[in-house]
Design a protein around this ligand. Structure first.
Ligand SMILES: Cc1cc2nc3c(=O)[nH]c(=O)nc-3n(C[C@H](O)[C@H](O)[C@H](O)COP(=O)(O)OP(=O)(O)OC[C@H]3O[C@@H](n4cnc5c(N)ncnc54)[C@H](O)[C@@H]3O)c2cc1C
Length: 396
């Protein structure tokens, strides 16, 4: 009998295990994951950016936990000798119509208590000589880490403190009783007093297994990256972002200096027909049927049809993808970038077609479900865990 079982050994599950152990060192704790290793899905397929929290609604969980999480991630890397580069990012307006949006982001940064500054065209050129921009914002707190390395260290610490992590245990059934909860995988049945669902792309299904309708469905959006050929690395010094579309903040190809010295270009965002499918051709019948029969998806599709089609076309055309990226760096040519890895975002969508913006948790009798933890949840992972413990586990 465990005190707490956490489903999902991504950064949110591991962050939650870490926070539980910090507050309640004597808990018997188990983290279950269906894959061979930790951080196999979103936590291991992302941009590796430590976000600052600049974009998010003041007072939201995203704004607060990203800001705290930003400091926590750097501290953790420093303490454990892990890679980090506190290099800062620029958000660049390339067209006149973007200047007012850029100003809004700047004001939001100030409201969120961040140190942000405006960069003139000349100042931007000094930092990023190849970037075409009218004006920019400098966000010094943004940086780069290696999230899989952080997840591996966190898993090691959790186990050293006595927690168990069982991989290759795919949860198939959950039974909640008045005083305990039973979690059944293909091989075993586990018992615990409490359950936390941090299953990312599968979190709505895990909640359903426990008997809860979260009122939203996870819709997968694949993000495809290109890698800049190394002889073109000089085109990108730091992190270079476009002004985001306020309706689709995760759209907008950016340039990221990576921990391995490479420069990623991307990601885009296209509807994926497999929740954990990383190739364009990946398709899962159950996932596809669920997407195509979900009202929320059709509502988004009708509202944002042109954006959706443009993203799909860029996904299939190297030339169109490059054209999009050239808005920031006009010198970029199609032959300068090579197709790279991909990730799949777990975005909760309501039946009304609303992309759930903030982190969202649903409570059951003996279970707690993290139903929406999109970006910046890697940055905020330690703090999401602490928030869950503060809100729901104070009385353990
Ligand atoms: C393309 C992309 C770029 C991103 N860039 C950034 C960024 O730069 N910075 C940032 O802060 N955030 C970024 N994010 C967001 C961030 O990666 C995620 O928000 C975060 O990793 C979510 O962590 P998680 O633990 O909730 O999910 P995951 O990492 O997906 O973990 C969920 C785990 O649950 C397990 N699981 C699922 N079902 C079961 C089951 N039935 N039984 C057992 N285990 C199960 C899975 O195997 C998985 O390991 C990005 C995301 C994507 C996709």
């Amino acid at each position: 009998m465990y005190d707490v079982i956490i489903i999902g050994a991504g950064l949110v599950g591991l962050g939650t295990a870490n926070a539980l152990q910090e507050q309640h060192p004597h808990l018997r704790l188990l983290v279950l994951d269906k894959e061979k290793d930790v951080a196999t899905h979103q936590s291991g397929h992302n941009s590796n950016v430590v976000h600052s929290g600049i974009y998010y609604t003041p007072g939201s969980l995203k704004a607060n936990l990203a800001k705290k999480g930003n400091q926590t991630i750097y501290q953790f890397c420093q303490e454990h000798g892990l890679y980090y580069d506190h290099c800062g990012k620029v958000i660049v307006a390339t067209q006149l119509k973007e200047l007012s949006l850029l100003e809004n982001i700047y004001q939001r940064g100030l409201q969120n208590g961040l140190q942000v500054s405006r960069l003139s065209q000349v100042a931007l050129k000094e930092r990023e000589p190849y970037v075409n921009g009218l004006e920019a914002i400098l966000v010094p707190d943004t940086g780069i880490v290696n999230y899989p390395e952080i997840a591996a260290k966190l898993a090691e610490i959790i186990q050293t403190r006595g927690g168990d992590i069982h991989c290759q245990q795919s949860v198939q059934a959950i039974r909640e009783h008045s005083d305990s909860i039973e979690v059944q995988t293909q091989q075993r049945t586990y018992q615990a007093k409490w359950l936390v669902n941090c299953a990312g792309l599968q979190s709505d299904r895990i909640a359903q297994l426990a008997g809860y309708d979260t009122g939203m469905k996870i819709v997968p959006f694949r993000g495809e990256y290109y890698v800049l050929n190394s002889d073109k690395n000089h085109l990108v010094n730091h992190l270079i972002y476009p002004v985001p579309n306020p309706d689709f903040p995760f759209l907008g190809v950016h340039f990221t200096r990576m921990h391995n010295g490479k420069r990623d270009v991307g990601p885009n965002a296209v509807l994926a027909f497999k929740r954990e499918g990383y190739r364009r051709t990946d398709c899962n019948l159950r996932d596809m049927a669920e997407i195509l029969t979900y009202k929320g998806v059709w509502k988004i599709a009708s509202r944002y049809l042109s954006e959706g089609i443009a993203e799909m076309r860029r996904s299939f055309s190297h030339r169109l993808f490059t054209e999009n990226a050239r808005q920031l760096i006009p010198d970029l040519r199609p032959e300068d970038i090579t197709p790279g890895p991909a990730g799949v975002r777990a975005q909760a969508v309501t039946p009304e077609g609303k992309l759930v913006d903030d982190f969202h948790f649903v409570t059951g009798r003996r279970s707690l479900h993290v139903c929406n933890a999109p970006s910046p949840a890697a940055t905020a992972s330690f703090e999401i865990g602490r928030e869950l413990v503060r809100q729901y586990f104070e009385l353990i």
